[in-house]
Ligand binder design. Structure first.
Ligand SMILES: [Cu+2]
Length: 741
């Protein structure tokens, strides 16, 4: 630690000199964020934007941190879960290369964006307000469209081309390092690309004075005092793509393979100790006189394994661990046509199909009376199938007015087979005995219940965009969106605390119990965006107020496993078991964002960027605040460009979180401010990035990072102390290089 300020001072001291030393006549690589202008407004992070952050992070979701309306649920080092306007995870539609990937893990450790390395991002488009039905489905919040780079072909007459890119990074906090390589060989009609990336990190240190469990004298694996337990990871991603182009037809085949040897979780009782994904994605895209036709078919298989990582420990009878396995298989297909009816009318019609199979089972632990002799079947033969049809009509009424009307019907069927616990015998005397008793009762209740459910979901969207002048646009939209429960929400069945805490994908440390009778969530949203800007967008200011009412919102009620009824009174200041329940909720808020030039002088062009997000969420049935709502936060950035230099100083400000979900005993967090520094220099082929995150090594808690469960005996529901939030990362100095050939 003592060395860091010295390095820091050296970097800071060197900055102005290196700026002066740079030759301004060298052609800079132009880095601009492209903003889509067609309705509805989407914010796009392109490959160049991603590049400015990827030396600082290996978590693709965190590339969205500058996008208005987006916040992140903390999770593993490469797997944070995006939230848009207070709705997160399965409530959002997140497509990676057109695939609706599903987090199969009972802790959602493997969400869609965790399969995409930041170095392989072609673009990330965020629809924060109203999502068109063609890009939605089975979700009630916004949509994130993530795509790998589009295939490139040789120019006519060029014959063939070979090109590629290689990069590496290092980050001081956690001793994180990684590398990426991509190479393309292409002719005018054929293109082949390999992309690979690896990243690994040890546990990170919190800023300032964090006292982990070791520092506070709790039992468990001993760690240096500032270290945040269970934050290490190692990940490897590979994709191999083939593309054929003939006339107006494009055919693509993409193979993907991900192997994560470990990704530890500071806010889960378990750690990911292996995640292997294989996927195949086929796509056809055709241009015709009448419009565009796109068809896709994909297959994905995930093998996921969890147990306690090094920082967690089992004291229950000195047993070696608690292995948990998950297998998910997804088959999907979609067809979409964009039909130009007239010059002013565009019709989008399409259909989607998805077949998902899930097994989640926990093998017996040899020698354990509590965890054996049988396998614990958490989800057995889980099924979730979706069939959807949609139509969307985009009309330009006049040069000023553009409207979009959409309707989408989606049928979602779910089911799960019969289950049993570790041991169906009855041990009346111990805590373990009580767990066994409830497992027998719970399994029997579950097996006798009607578990097959079919939901008929209808989404409706209406959107209008009015161009006031060359300097202003207004967009107003209303939508009804529906999401069916996921398999864990419907079918996890054990009330026993020790089992329920393994079914948790919000990181609050509690246990969750499914509910086969859950109905789909229906959201009604009104949102508008006021967009003032210079004709060339040298400056811009956007405001997006929104309001959402959700009927049958899937929240949770505290559950008493012994009596098998809702708990009353509630347990406070401890971890508890909750059962999913349909309630109602409302969310509202405001995003503000803008940028302006601050002038140009002999030492370059300066600019200012700002972003502010506010969300309020309430459960209308209980009056409780909704869980994991990011408090008021703002991000102010001073930018500087000179020759090939592109630099920034960033101030992040977050208010304290006092609005918490009482039913989940959510932890309050204090407000904080952080300073980040970034610098980069680009040449024709090479680029270097370096910077410092959390310059002053500030201690802060992640407001949506959940409860700290990263150390010790996490197996018992209250065997670790309640009330400690996961702290954010302390100062990290990083550098990255990238070379294009
Ligand atoms: Cu997992």
């Amino acid at each position: 630690m003592s060395r860091k300020p010295t390095i820091l001072a050296a970097v800071l001291a060197a900055l102005p000199f290196s700026i002066l030393a740079a030759d301004p006549t060298l052609a800079p690589v132009v880095v601009t964020a492209s903003k889509e202008q067609a309705p509805p407004l989407a914010t796009t992070i392109d490959a160049a934007d991603a590049q400015t952050l990827r030396a600082a992070t290996s978590d693709t979701a965190s590339l969205l941190r500058d996008v208005p309306g987006v916040s992140l649920y903390g999770a593993g080092g490469v797997s944070s879960l995006p939230a848009i306007h207070g709705l997160a995870d399965d409530r959002l539609r997140i497509k990676v290369d057109g695939m609706d990937l599903i987090a199969s893990c009972p802790n959602h450790m493997n969400p869609a964006l965790s399969y995409l390395d930041p170095s392989n991002v072609g673009s990330l488009k965020v629809y924060a307000g109203i999502t068109p039905v063609s890009l939605g489905g089975d979700s009630i919040g916004g949509t994130i469209i993530a795509d790998t780079p589009a295939p490139t072909f040789a120019a006519p007459g060029q014959g063939s081309l070979f090109k590629g890119e290689a990069g590496a990074f290092y980050r001081s906090n956690g001793n994180a390092k990684g590398a990426n390589l991509s190479a393309t060989y292409a002719t005018e009609s054929f293109s082949m690309t390999y992309s690979g990336a690896t990243a690994e990190s040890e546990n990170y240190d919190a800023g300032g004075d964090f006292k982990n469990f070791t520092a506070t004298g709790r039992p468990g694996h001993a760690l240096p005092r500032d270290e945040v337990g269970s934050t290490a990871y190692e990940t490897r991603n590979h994709t191999l793509g083939f593309a054929f182009k003939g006339g107006n037809h494009l055919f693509e085949a993409k193979l993907g393979y991900q192997d994560v040897p470990y990704q530890l979780y500071p806010n889960q009782r378990m750690d990911m100790l292996d995640n292997e994904q294989t996927r195949l994605n086929l796509r056809y895209l055709g241009q015709f006189d009448w419009g565009k036709l796109e068809a896709r078919a994909y297959y994905e298989k995930v093998d996921h394994f969890m147990d306690f990582g090094d920082d967690k420990q089992v004291l229950y009878g000195g047993l070696p661990g608690m292995p948990m396995k998950t297998e998910g298989k997804t088959n999907g297909a979609s067809v979409k046509a964009d039909i130009a009816l007239t010059q002013q009318d565009l019709l989008r019609v399409g259909g989607e199909f998805q077949r998902y199979r899930l097994d989640d089972w926990w093998p017996p632990v040899v020698g354990s009376m509590g965890m054996g002799p049988n396998t614990f079947l958490n989800i057995n033969d889980g099924e979730r199938d979706r069939t959807a049809l949609f139509g969307e009509w985009e009309k330009r009424l006049s040069p000023q007015w553009l409207t979009l009307l959409g309707i989408r019907y989606e049928r979602v069927s779910t089911d799960a087979g019969p289950v049993h616990g570790y041991n169906t015998a009855y041990f009346p005397t111990s805590i373990i005995g009580m767990d066994m008793m409830s497992q027998k009762r719970d399994a029997s209740n579950f097996n006798n219940s009607d578990r097959s459910q079919t939901d008929n979901n209808l989404d409706l969207t209406a959107l209008a965009r009015y161009t006031v002048s060359a300097n202003g646009d207004i967009e107003v939209g209303v939508a009804r969106k529906v999401r069916s429960p996921n398999l864990y929400e419907r079918y996890s069945w054990s009330t026993a605390g020790m089992m329920a805490i393994m079914n948790n994908y919000v990181g609050d440390g509690n246990g969750y119990l499914g509910n086969p009778d859950l109905k789909p969530e229906k959201a009604y949203t009104v949102s508008s965006t006021f967009d003032w800007h210079a004709a060339e967008r040298d400056w811009e200011f956007k405001a997006t107020p929104y309001y959402t009412r959700v009927n049958d919102y899937i929240d949770a009620v505290q559950w008493n496993g012994a009596t098998n009824v809702a708990r009353n009174p509630q347990l406070a200041n401890q971890f508890t078991v909750l059962k999913y329940a349909n309630q109602s909720a409302r969310l509202y808020g405001l995003d503000l964002s803008g940028k302006m030039p601050l002038g140009r002088s002999g030492i370059g062009a300066f600019g200012f960027k700002g972003l502010l997000n506010y969300t309020d969420g309430e459960n209308r049935d209980t009056g409780n605040d909704l869980y994991n709502i990011m408090p008021l936060n703002a991000r102010l950035t001073l930018t500087h460009q000179y020759g090939g230099w592109d630099n920034a100083v960033e101030l992040v400000m977050v208010k304290s979180k006092n609005d918490v979900s009482d039913v989940r005993n959510e932890i309050k967090t204090s407000g904080y401010g952080l300073i980040n520094l970034r610098a980069s220099h680009s040449w024709q082929q090479a680029r270097v990035d370096f910077g410092i995150e959390n310059l002053f090594d500030k201690r802060y808690d992640l407001p949506t990072g959940g409860a700290y469960t990263g150390q010790g005996t996490t197996m018992g529901i209250n065997s670790i102390p309640w009330g400690i939030a996961v702290p954010g990362m302390g100062r990290s100095i990083y550098a990255g290089v990238n070379y294009k050939f």
